[in-house]
Design a protein around this ligand. Structure first.
Ligand SMILES: [Zn+2]
Length: 465
Protein backbone atom coordinates (compact mmCIF):
# COMPACT_ATOMS: atom_id res chain seq x y z
CA UNK A 1 0.00 0.00 0.00
CA UNK A 2 1.22 3.41 -0.88
CA UNK A 3 1.35 6.41 1.41
CA UNK A 4 -1.17 8.98 0.16
CA UNK A 5 -0.36 12.66 0.47
CA UNK A 6 -2.65 15.62 -0.02
CA UNK A 7 -0.78 17.76 -2.53
CA UNK A 8 -1.55 21.50 -2.33
CA UNK A 9 -0.41 21.81 -5.95
CA UNK A 10 -3.08 19.48 -7.35
CA UNK A 11 -5.53 19.76 -4.43
CA UNK A 12 -5.78 15.98 -4.38
CA UNK A 13 -4.53 13.05 -2.38
CA UNK A 14 -1.90 11.28 -4.45
CA UNK A 15 0.03 8.05 -3.84
CA UNK A 16 3.61 8.88 -2.94
CA UNK A 17 6.12 7.86 -5.57
CA UNK A 18 9.69 8.75 -4.71
CA UNK A 19 12.10 10.17 -7.27
CA UNK A 20 14.59 7.57 -6.16
CA UNK A 21 13.60 4.13 -4.86
CA UNK A 22 13.48 4.00 -1.06
CA UNK A 23 14.44 7.65 -0.58
CA UNK A 24 12.60 10.82 0.36
CA UNK A 25 14.07 14.26 -0.26
CA UNK A 26 12.20 16.62 2.00
CA UNK A 27 12.61 20.36 2.55
CA UNK A 28 10.80 22.18 5.35
CA UNK A 29 10.89 25.97 5.74
CA UNK A 30 12.37 26.74 9.12
CA UNK A 31 12.11 29.68 11.50
CA UNK A 32 13.54 33.17 11.35
CA UNK A 33 15.70 33.03 14.43
CA UNK A 34 15.16 36.38 16.14
CA UNK A 35 13.03 35.16 19.05
CA UNK A 36 11.72 32.03 20.76
CA UNK A 37 9.23 30.18 18.60
CA UNK A 38 5.54 30.30 19.44
CA UNK A 39 3.33 27.23 19.37
CA UNK A 40 2.22 28.12 15.84
CA UNK A 41 5.81 27.33 14.74
CA UNK A 42 5.97 24.26 16.95
CA UNK A 43 3.13 22.66 15.01
CA UNK A 44 4.96 22.26 11.65
CA UNK A 45 8.06 21.11 13.56
CA UNK A 46 6.05 18.30 15.20
CA UNK A 47 3.86 17.50 12.21
CA UNK A 48 6.66 17.17 9.65
CA UNK A 49 8.87 15.32 12.12
CA UNK A 50 6.04 12.80 12.38
CA UNK A 51 5.82 12.60 8.58
CA UNK A 52 9.54 11.93 8.52
CA UNK A 53 9.28 9.28 11.26
CA UNK A 54 6.46 7.56 9.42
CA UNK A 55 8.46 7.39 6.20
CA UNK A 56 11.36 5.95 8.17
CA UNK A 57 9.04 3.43 9.82
CA UNK A 58 7.95 2.39 6.33
CA UNK A 59 11.58 1.79 5.40
CA UNK A 60 12.46 5.01 3.58
CA UNK A 61 15.71 6.85 3.97
CA UNK A 62 14.66 10.47 4.54
CA UNK A 63 16.96 13.34 3.69
CA UNK A 64 15.30 15.98 5.87
CA UNK A 65 16.42 19.57 5.44
CA UNK A 66 15.20 22.46 7.59
CA UNK A 67 16.71 25.90 7.08
CA UNK A 68 17.32 28.73 9.51
CA UNK A 69 16.73 32.27 8.29
CA UNK A 70 19.56 33.90 10.17
CA UNK A 71 19.51 37.30 8.50
CA UNK A 72 16.50 39.47 7.61
CA UNK A 73 14.73 42.71 8.62
CA UNK A 74 13.36 41.28 11.88
CA UNK A 75 16.78 40.01 12.94
CA UNK A 76 18.43 43.32 12.13
CA UNK A 77 15.76 45.15 14.13
CA UNK A 78 16.17 42.76 17.07
CA UNK A 79 19.96 43.18 16.92
CA UNK A 80 19.62 46.98 17.05
CA UNK A 81 17.16 46.83 19.92
CA UNK A 82 19.23 44.42 21.98
CA UNK A 83 22.55 46.06 21.12
CA UNK A 84 23.94 42.76 19.87
CA UNK A 85 25.20 41.39 16.57
CA UNK A 86 22.86 39.62 14.17
CA UNK A 87 25.01 36.47 14.38
CA UNK A 88 24.94 36.34 18.20
CA UNK A 89 21.17 36.63 18.23
CA UNK A 90 20.80 34.01 15.50
CA UNK A 91 23.10 31.60 17.35
CA UNK A 92 21.20 32.04 20.56
CA UNK A 93 17.78 31.43 19.05
CA UNK A 94 18.96 28.52 16.89
CA UNK A 95 20.12 26.85 20.10
CA UNK A 96 16.80 27.71 21.77
CA UNK A 97 14.86 26.34 18.80
CA UNK A 98 16.76 23.06 18.93
CA UNK A 99 16.22 22.81 22.66
CA UNK A 100 12.49 23.54 22.50
CA UNK A 101 11.60 21.29 19.57
CA UNK A 102 14.00 18.67 20.95
CA UNK A 103 11.95 18.62 24.16
CA UNK A 104 8.90 18.07 21.96
CA UNK A 105 10.51 14.96 20.51
CA UNK A 106 11.56 16.48 17.17
CA UNK A 107 14.65 14.86 15.68
CA UNK A 108 17.47 17.01 14.32
CA UNK A 109 17.33 17.52 10.56
CA UNK A 110 19.97 15.81 8.43
CA UNK A 111 20.95 19.32 7.30
CA UNK A 112 20.18 22.62 9.01
CA UNK A 113 21.50 25.14 6.47
CA UNK A 114 21.80 28.79 7.42
CA UNK A 115 21.41 31.66 4.97
CA UNK A 116 24.64 33.35 6.01
CA UNK A 117 26.59 30.16 5.33
CA UNK A 118 25.19 29.77 1.81
CA UNK A 119 25.66 33.27 0.47
CA UNK A 120 27.77 32.22 -2.56
CA UNK A 121 25.07 29.80 -3.71
CA UNK A 122 22.40 32.46 -3.25
CA UNK A 123 24.33 35.09 -5.23
CA UNK A 124 25.03 32.55 -8.02
CA UNK A 125 21.37 31.59 -8.12
CA UNK A 126 20.29 35.22 -8.53
CA UNK A 127 22.91 35.77 -11.23
CA UNK A 128 21.57 32.71 -13.06
CA UNK A 129 18.07 34.21 -13.03
CA UNK A 130 19.38 37.53 -14.39
CA UNK A 131 21.28 35.70 -17.14
CA UNK A 132 18.11 33.94 -18.23
CA UNK A 133 16.06 37.14 -18.25
CA UNK A 134 13.90 36.22 -15.24
CA UNK A 135 15.38 38.89 -13.00
CA UNK A 136 16.77 42.43 -13.28
CA UNK A 137 18.85 44.79 -11.27
CA UNK A 138 17.45 48.21 -10.36
CA UNK A 139 19.43 50.66 -8.24
CA UNK A 140 21.35 48.00 -6.31
CA UNK A 141 18.25 45.82 -5.77
CA UNK A 142 17.43 42.74 -7.81
CA UNK A 143 13.84 41.74 -8.59
CA UNK A 144 12.20 38.66 -10.03
CA UNK A 145 10.16 39.43 -13.16
CA UNK A 146 7.01 37.62 -12.06
CA UNK A 147 5.15 37.80 -15.37
CA UNK A 148 8.05 36.11 -17.14
CA UNK A 149 7.23 32.88 -15.32
CA UNK A 150 4.21 31.45 -17.12
CA UNK A 151 2.73 29.25 -14.44
CA UNK A 152 3.00 31.78 -11.62
CA UNK A 153 0.10 31.24 -9.21
CA UNK A 154 -0.23 27.48 -9.74
CA UNK A 155 0.35 26.55 -6.09
CA UNK A 156 -2.01 29.08 -4.53
CA UNK A 157 -4.45 28.66 -7.45
CA UNK A 158 -4.60 32.32 -8.41
CA UNK A 159 -4.06 33.92 -11.79
CA UNK A 160 -1.53 36.67 -12.32
CA UNK A 161 -4.35 39.01 -13.34
CA UNK A 162 -6.23 38.37 -10.09
CA UNK A 163 -3.07 39.17 -8.18
CA UNK A 164 -2.40 42.22 -10.34
CA UNK A 165 -5.68 43.89 -9.40
CA UNK A 166 -4.71 44.00 -5.73
CA UNK A 167 -1.28 45.55 -6.12
CA UNK A 168 0.17 48.74 -7.44
CA UNK A 169 3.51 50.43 -7.85
CA UNK A 170 4.33 52.52 -4.80
CA UNK A 171 5.95 55.92 -5.15
CA UNK A 172 9.70 55.48 -5.28
CA UNK A 173 9.42 51.80 -6.20
CA UNK A 174 12.16 50.56 -8.46
CA UNK A 175 10.13 47.60 -9.75
CA UNK A 176 9.02 47.24 -13.37
CA UNK A 177 5.77 45.65 -12.25
CA UNK A 178 4.04 45.59 -8.85
CA UNK A 179 4.03 41.77 -8.87
CA UNK A 180 7.82 41.58 -9.03
CA UNK A 181 9.47 40.52 -5.80
CA UNK A 182 12.87 41.11 -4.21
CA UNK A 183 15.78 38.73 -4.68
CA UNK A 184 18.52 41.04 -3.39
CA UNK A 185 18.30 44.17 -1.27
CA UNK A 186 20.67 47.05 -1.45
CA UNK A 187 22.29 47.61 1.97
CA UNK A 188 21.18 50.46 4.17
CA UNK A 189 23.67 52.39 6.25
CA UNK A 190 25.01 50.36 9.17
CA UNK A 191 23.39 47.05 8.19
CA UNK A 192 25.08 43.70 7.92
CA UNK A 193 26.01 43.16 4.25
CA UNK A 194 27.60 40.83 1.73
CA UNK A 195 29.40 41.57 -1.53
CA UNK A 196 27.58 40.89 -4.78
CA UNK A 197 27.81 41.85 -8.47
CA UNK A 198 25.06 44.45 -7.69
CA UNK A 199 26.85 46.07 -4.80
CA UNK A 200 26.70 45.27 -1.10
CA UNK A 201 23.44 43.99 0.30
CA UNK A 202 21.62 40.89 1.44
CA UNK A 203 19.21 38.39 -0.05
CA UNK A 204 15.43 38.55 0.05
CA UNK A 205 13.64 35.84 1.99
CA UNK A 206 12.26 33.64 -0.81
CA UNK A 207 15.50 33.10 -2.70
CA UNK A 208 17.28 31.42 0.22
CA UNK A 209 15.02 28.36 0.14
CA UNK A 210 15.38 27.90 -3.63
CA UNK A 211 19.17 28.12 -3.39
CA UNK A 212 19.49 25.86 -0.34
CA UNK A 213 17.02 23.23 -1.55
CA UNK A 214 19.05 22.99 -4.76
CA UNK A 215 22.36 22.76 -2.92
CA UNK A 216 21.31 20.14 -0.37
CA UNK A 217 18.70 18.12 -2.29
CA UNK A 218 19.03 18.86 -6.00
CA UNK A 219 16.87 20.51 -8.69
CA UNK A 220 13.79 18.41 -8.01
CA UNK A 221 12.75 17.28 -4.55
CA UNK A 222 10.05 14.91 -3.36
CA UNK A 223 8.32 16.93 -0.65
CA UNK A 224 8.33 20.60 0.21
CA UNK A 225 6.52 21.47 3.40
CA UNK A 226 5.64 24.34 5.69
CA UNK A 227 2.82 26.19 7.40
CA UNK A 228 -0.26 27.07 5.40
CA UNK A 229 0.60 30.78 5.63
CA UNK A 230 3.71 30.13 3.53
CA UNK A 231 1.74 28.95 0.47
CA UNK A 232 1.54 32.50 -0.86
CA UNK A 233 3.72 34.32 -1.58
CA UNK A 234 6.70 32.40 -0.17
CA UNK A 235 6.22 28.98 -1.76
CA UNK A 236 4.72 30.42 -4.93
CA UNK A 237 7.87 32.51 -5.31
CA UNK A 238 10.13 29.57 -4.54
CA UNK A 239 8.51 27.61 -7.38
CA UNK A 240 8.93 30.53 -9.80
CA UNK A 241 12.60 31.02 -8.89
CA UNK A 242 13.57 27.35 -8.88
CA UNK A 243 11.73 26.28 -12.00
CA UNK A 244 12.86 29.36 -13.94
CA UNK A 245 16.45 28.78 -12.85
CA UNK A 246 16.70 24.98 -13.02
CA UNK A 247 14.34 24.32 -15.91
CA UNK A 248 12.93 21.39 -13.92
CA UNK A 249 9.88 20.82 -11.80
CA UNK A 250 10.77 21.92 -8.25
CA UNK A 251 8.81 19.83 -5.72
CA UNK A 252 6.49 16.93 -6.49
CA UNK A 253 4.38 17.13 -3.33
CA UNK A 254 3.56 20.29 -1.41
CA UNK A 255 2.36 19.81 2.15
CA UNK A 256 0.92 22.55 4.37
CA UNK A 257 -0.23 22.35 7.96
CA UNK A 258 -3.23 24.28 9.31
CA UNK A 259 -3.30 27.14 11.82
CA UNK A 260 -3.41 27.11 15.60
CA UNK A 261 -6.07 29.13 17.39
CA UNK A 262 -5.90 30.00 21.06
CA UNK A 263 -9.23 29.69 22.87
CA UNK A 264 -10.91 29.86 19.45
CA UNK A 265 -9.16 33.09 18.55
CA UNK A 266 -6.37 33.75 16.14
CA UNK A 267 -3.02 33.98 17.92
CA UNK A 268 -1.68 37.51 17.72
CA UNK A 269 0.51 39.83 19.70
CA UNK A 270 -2.25 42.44 19.89
CA UNK A 271 -4.67 39.97 21.50
CA UNK A 272 -1.99 39.09 24.04
CA UNK A 273 -2.54 35.37 23.49
CA UNK A 274 0.91 34.63 22.15
CA UNK A 275 2.22 31.36 23.61
CA UNK A 276 5.90 30.54 23.33
CA UNK A 277 6.88 26.89 23.00
CA UNK A 278 9.79 27.71 25.31
CA UNK A 279 7.38 28.54 28.18
CA UNK A 280 4.91 25.81 27.39
CA UNK A 281 7.41 22.93 27.59
CA UNK A 282 8.41 24.11 31.06
CA UNK A 283 4.83 24.16 32.33
CA UNK A 284 3.53 20.96 30.76
CA UNK A 285 4.86 17.52 29.90
CA UNK A 286 6.24 18.00 26.35
CA UNK A 287 5.05 14.49 25.46
CA UNK A 288 1.50 15.57 26.23
CA UNK A 289 1.90 18.73 24.11
CA UNK A 290 3.09 16.60 21.21
CA UNK A 291 0.26 14.14 21.73
CA UNK A 292 -2.20 17.04 21.75
CA UNK A 293 -0.78 18.51 18.52
CA UNK A 294 -1.13 15.16 16.78
CA UNK A 295 -4.68 14.59 17.99
CA UNK A 296 -5.86 16.65 15.01
CA UNK A 297 -5.02 15.79 11.39
CA UNK A 298 -2.29 18.22 10.30
CA UNK A 299 -4.26 20.05 7.59
CA UNK A 300 -7.09 21.02 9.93
CA UNK A 301 -6.96 24.00 12.24
CA UNK A 302 -6.29 23.12 15.85
CA UNK A 303 -7.66 24.95 18.84
CA UNK A 304 -5.45 25.29 21.88
CA UNK A 305 -6.59 25.96 25.42
CA UNK A 306 -5.49 24.87 28.88
CA UNK A 307 -8.71 22.90 29.19
CA UNK A 308 -8.03 20.97 25.96
CA UNK A 309 -4.45 20.31 27.01
CA UNK A 310 -5.74 18.93 30.31
CA UNK A 311 -8.05 16.64 28.39
CA UNK A 312 -5.13 15.49 26.26
CA UNK A 313 -3.18 14.69 29.42
CA UNK A 314 -5.87 12.39 30.79
CA UNK A 315 -6.15 10.65 27.38
CA UNK A 316 -2.40 10.28 27.24
CA UNK A 317 -2.35 8.88 30.79
CA UNK A 318 -4.95 6.25 29.87
CA UNK A 319 -2.65 4.92 27.16
CA UNK A 320 0.41 5.14 29.37
CA UNK A 321 -1.32 3.35 32.27
CA UNK A 322 -2.37 0.44 30.09
CA UNK A 323 1.19 0.19 28.77
CA UNK A 324 2.65 0.24 32.28
CA UNK A 325 0.15 -2.33 33.56
CA UNK A 326 1.10 -4.64 30.70
CA UNK A 327 4.76 -4.18 31.58
CA UNK A 328 4.13 -4.77 35.26
CA UNK A 329 2.06 -7.92 34.64
CA UNK A 330 4.98 -9.39 32.74
CA UNK A 331 6.89 -9.82 35.99
CA UNK A 332 4.16 -12.01 37.50
CA UNK A 333 2.98 -13.77 34.38
CA UNK A 334 2.80 -17.53 34.92
CA UNK A 335 0.46 -18.96 32.37
CA UNK A 336 2.06 -21.23 29.82
CA UNK A 337 -1.09 -21.69 27.79
CA UNK A 338 -0.72 -19.47 24.73
CA UNK A 339 -3.76 -17.67 23.46
CA UNK A 340 -2.87 -16.56 19.98
CA UNK A 341 -6.18 -14.81 19.34
CA UNK A 342 -4.93 -11.85 21.43
CA UNK A 343 -1.76 -11.60 19.39
CA UNK A 344 -3.90 -11.57 16.27
CA UNK A 345 -5.92 -8.70 17.69
CA UNK A 346 -2.74 -6.74 18.31
CA UNK A 347 -1.54 -7.41 14.75
CA UNK A 348 -4.88 -6.22 13.33
CA UNK A 349 -4.61 -2.98 15.28
CA UNK A 350 -1.11 -2.40 13.95
CA UNK A 351 -2.40 -2.86 10.41
CA UNK A 352 -5.20 -0.41 11.11
CA UNK A 353 -2.70 2.15 12.44
CA UNK A 354 -0.68 1.90 9.22
CA UNK A 355 -3.82 2.28 7.12
CA UNK A 356 -4.70 5.50 8.94
CA UNK A 357 -1.20 6.93 8.60
CA UNK A 358 -1.14 5.97 4.91
CA UNK A 359 -4.16 8.20 4.48
CA UNK A 360 -2.34 11.55 4.47
CA UNK A 361 -0.76 10.98 7.89
CA UNK A 362 -4.04 10.95 9.74
CA UNK A 363 -2.60 11.04 13.23
CA UNK A 364 -6.05 11.75 14.72
CA UNK A 365 -7.29 8.35 13.55
CA UNK A 366 -3.96 6.71 14.35
CA UNK A 367 -4.37 7.90 17.94
CA UNK A 368 -7.86 6.36 17.97
CA UNK A 369 -6.17 3.07 17.11
CA UNK A 370 -3.86 3.58 20.09
CA UNK A 371 -7.00 3.89 22.23
CA UNK A 372 -8.34 0.66 20.75
CA UNK A 373 -5.05 -0.97 21.67
CA UNK A 374 -5.46 0.45 25.18
CA UNK A 375 -8.98 -0.96 25.51
CA UNK A 376 -7.88 -4.33 24.21
CA UNK A 377 -4.91 -4.39 26.60
CA UNK A 378 -7.17 -3.55 29.54
CA UNK A 379 -9.51 -6.37 28.57
CA UNK A 380 -6.63 -8.78 28.37
CA UNK A 381 -5.39 -7.69 31.78
CA UNK A 382 -8.74 -8.77 33.22
CA UNK A 383 -7.95 -12.37 32.28
CA UNK A 384 -7.06 -14.41 35.31
CA UNK A 385 -3.95 -15.76 33.72
CA UNK A 386 -1.81 -13.96 31.21
CA UNK A 387 0.93 -15.19 28.96
CA UNK A 388 4.26 -13.49 28.66
CA UNK A 389 4.33 -13.74 24.88
CA UNK A 390 0.98 -11.97 24.57
CA UNK A 391 2.05 -9.31 27.04
CA UNK A 392 5.20 -8.75 25.06
CA UNK A 393 3.17 -8.37 21.85
CA UNK A 394 1.11 -5.66 23.54
CA UNK A 395 4.16 -3.97 24.97
CA UNK A 396 5.94 -3.91 21.63
CA UNK A 397 2.87 -2.63 19.78
CA UNK A 398 2.52 0.25 22.26
CA UNK A 399 6.17 1.19 21.90
CA UNK A 400 6.22 0.80 18.13
CA UNK A 401 3.09 2.81 17.35
CA UNK A 402 3.70 5.55 19.91
CA UNK A 403 7.28 5.69 18.62
CA UNK A 404 6.06 6.42 15.08
CA UNK A 405 4.29 9.46 16.53
CA UNK A 406 7.49 10.43 18.34
CA UNK A 407 6.02 9.63 21.73
CA UNK A 408 7.91 7.72 24.40
CA UNK A 409 5.68 5.82 26.83
CA UNK A 410 8.29 4.26 29.04
CA UNK A 411 9.73 6.15 31.93
CA UNK A 412 12.69 4.68 33.75
CA UNK A 413 11.22 3.32 36.92
CA UNK A 414 13.01 3.35 40.22
CA UNK A 415 14.51 0.07 41.32
CA UNK A 416 12.72 -1.54 44.23
CA UNK A 417 14.71 -2.41 47.36
CA UNK A 418 14.32 -6.14 46.69
CA UNK A 419 15.65 -5.68 43.16
CA UNK A 420 18.73 -3.91 44.50
CA UNK A 421 19.27 -6.63 47.12
CA UNK A 422 18.99 -9.31 44.44
CA UNK A 423 21.56 -7.53 42.27
CA UNK A 424 23.92 -7.21 45.25
CA UNK A 425 23.57 -10.92 45.98
CA UNK A 426 24.39 -11.64 42.35
CA UNK A 427 27.45 -9.37 42.60
CA UNK A 428 28.63 -11.19 45.73
CA UNK A 429 28.38 -14.54 43.94
CA UNK A 430 30.15 -13.16 40.88
CA UNK A 431 33.07 -11.97 43.00
CA UNK A 432 33.22 -15.33 44.76
CA UNK A 433 33.49 -16.95 41.32
CA UNK A 434 36.16 -14.40 40.39
CA UNK A 435 33.84 -13.05 37.67
CA UNK A 436 34.98 -9.49 38.25
CA UNK A 437 33.65 -8.32 34.94
CA UNK A 438 30.07 -9.11 35.91
CA UNK A 439 30.63 -7.71 39.38
CA UNK A 440 31.82 -4.39 37.95
CA UNK A 441 28.97 -4.38 35.47
CA UNK A 442 26.45 -4.60 38.30
CA UNK A 443 28.20 -1.85 40.25
CA UNK A 444 28.12 0.43 37.18
CA UNK A 445 24.51 -0.39 36.47
CA UNK A 446 23.53 0.55 40.01
CA UNK A 447 25.62 3.70 39.80
CA UNK A 448 23.68 4.69 36.66
CA UNK A 449 20.47 4.28 38.64
CA UNK A 450 21.91 6.47 41.39
CA UNK A 451 22.54 3.68 43.89
CA UNK A 452 25.79 4.08 45.81
CA UNK A 453 27.63 1.00 47.11
CA UNK A 454 29.92 0.84 50.07
CA UNK A 455 31.99 -2.29 50.67
CA UNK A 456 32.52 -2.88 54.40
CA UNK A 457 33.92 -5.73 56.44
CA UNK A 458 30.34 -6.79 57.19
CA UNK A 459 29.48 -6.92 53.50
CA UNK A 460 28.19 -4.41 51.00
CA UNK A 461 25.83 -1.65 52.00
CA UNK A 462 23.90 0.54 49.64
CA UNK A 463 22.12 3.84 49.71
CA UNK A 464 20.19 5.94 47.22
CA UNK A 465 22.21 8.86 45.92
ZN1 LIG B 1 11.10 28.56 2.54
Amino acid sequence: MAINIYNTLTRKKEPFQPLEEGKVKMYVCGPTVYNYIHIGNARPAIVFDTVRRYFEYRGYDVHYVLNFTDVDDKLIKAANEMGEGVTEIANRFIAAYKEDVGALGVKEAVDHPRVTENMDEIVDFIQGLIDKGYAYEAGGDVYFRTRSFDSYGKLSHQSVDELRSGSRIEVGDKKEDPLDFTLWKNAKEGEITWESPWGTGRPGWHIECSAMAKKYLGDTIDIHAGGQDLTFPHHENEIAQSEAHNGESFARYWMHNGYINIDNEKMSKSLGNFILAHDLVKKHDPQVIRFFMLSVQYRHPINFSDELLKGAKSSFDRIKNAYENIQHRKTTSMNLQEDLSWIEKVEKLKEQFIKEMDDDFNTANAISVLFDLTKTANLYLQEEQTHEKVLRAFEEAFEELAGVLGIVLSSQEELLDEEIDALLEERKQARKNRDFERADQIRDELKDRNIILEDTSQGTRWKRG
